[in-house]
Design a binder for this molecule. Sequence first.
Ligand code: FAD
Ligand code: SF4
Length: 520
Amino acid sequence: MVLNKQYKRLRLVLGDQLNASHSWFKQKDKDTLYIIAELHQETLYVKHHCQKICAFFAAMQSFAKALEKAGHHILYLDLDDTVGYKSLPQLLKHLATNYKISEFEYQQPDEYRLLTQLAELKLDKQITIRMCDSEHFLLPFSEIKDYFKKDKHHKMEFFYRKMRQRFTILMDEDQPLGGQWNYDAQNRNKLKQNHIEDIPSPLTFNHDVSPIMDRLRRHKVPFFGSETNTLIWPVNRKQALKLLDYFCTCCLPKFGTFQDAMTCQSKHQWSLYHSRLSFVINAKILHPMQVLEKAVDHYYRHQQTISIAQIEGFVRQILGWREYIRGVYWANMPAYAGKNHLNAKRALPKYFWTGNTKMRCMQSAIQQSLDYSYAHHIQRLMVTGNFCLLTGIDPKAVDDWYLGVYIDAIEWVEMPNTRGMSQFADGGIVATKPYTAGGNYIHKMSDYCQHCHYKVKEKVNDNACPFNSLYWHFMIQHRKQFEKNPRIGMVYRNWDKQAQEQQQATIQRARWCLKNIEKL
Ligand code: FAD
Ligand code: SF4
């Protein structure tokens, strides 16, 4: 670490604040030093997939180089440099003293943990501390309270419509383009064999991350997932824009149609028509509006090949879900992190770390996550998430796994999606009913069941699909709670119509599955 110069101002750039368009960077200033640091605390708050750590560190290095080239003063500290500092405040205090700064500035962190840590930072009295906006989200932070109230459910669809109107996206004057706000019903197609052959291979990149992997090993950072010295994820703006371009050209025409589809038949096309832009958006390498404008513009210029259902499906994810999830997070933190509405306590089965299970759907979604640090939304929600919900896994263990395994996982977006949408641990703040399903849903949306040890049409035999009996067990276990929900009532009427022996056999099979969860 070179500490030989005096700076007036120190500015902190966190690993998910790689926003080259931030107003900080409009002017070069010889009195301002930017600090970008590989922090031990950021590698340790959960056990991470090694590709996730590599992607963040590689992107931070690339950003530091670009800023330096643009004439800014940058101090990049790697794990070797920061080994002596247990926490971010410790490091900042040290730097503040060494550089004799009089001002310290940081962008508002998106995680409660870091926001609190920086809000509590104590530097010498004469140093002014300032926090500024990260200039990334579409809904200003100050307006979150107008849209989201603590412990209340807010309908995503209404929020999304307001955002469409506010930013005039896919609007025809004051009406939604095409006459409908939402084309979700057209987003539920299964992939047939001939479709699978047409799926484009994901656009990947080749970064040599062996020095980062060496540092992780040298510092004994705990990690999991497929180890590789070649990272395939985009880590800078140029690559991010290339991926966005690729998405618009090759994936957008079928994005909506196959948004919920899953397959294990195509090893080389593992991300289907999904954009895989979440990492570069969450790291703020790309601005969400830049992504929306590019995709919408592409749609307008290619309406012969791209239907409104495709672009609307994509816009809904970024303008709707992403901003909505952030609103839920900030309206409900810190209490949200402790929510366990269904009192789920079971430990996470070992196969989440190995992929070693006979359930083909789980094996495929987990193995893909371990291989690439990526699974798409329905794999996360209706396969692994559904399984954890049905088997009553402790939401903290589920959260930790999702936060560690995915390339795009940052708590503000991971937690409401996992604890809320997928585990119903928030008691209905995100979703008004739990996202549960038996094997039939997975069979409808994928080709997993054809290649599975278990039989999807069976409920009670030894080779019956575990999801089937676990689904009923879960619904019966929580009957009191869900029976009055008008969206679920029908389920109980169907159950009550079944013969008692059938009901007993189903519950018995579920109990066997729960007892032998590690063997499934
Ligand atoms: P695409 O399918 O191409 O969608 C386009 C973009 O829309 C994404 O890049 C993302 O920015 C946004 N988006 C879509 N759905 C959501 C959503 N529900 N919440 C927020 N943004 C959304 N997303 C994360 O970014 N980080 C997470 O840690 C995360 N954890 C999740 C955990 C669970 C249990 C579930 C069910 C979903 C989670 N998601 C998370 C949301 C979603 O699964 C991912 O954003 C998406 O799979 C990323 O892949 P993609 O870029 O190919 O997305
Ligand atoms: Fe999954 Fe059941 Fe289908 Fe097997 S049969 S892939 S366990 S849903």
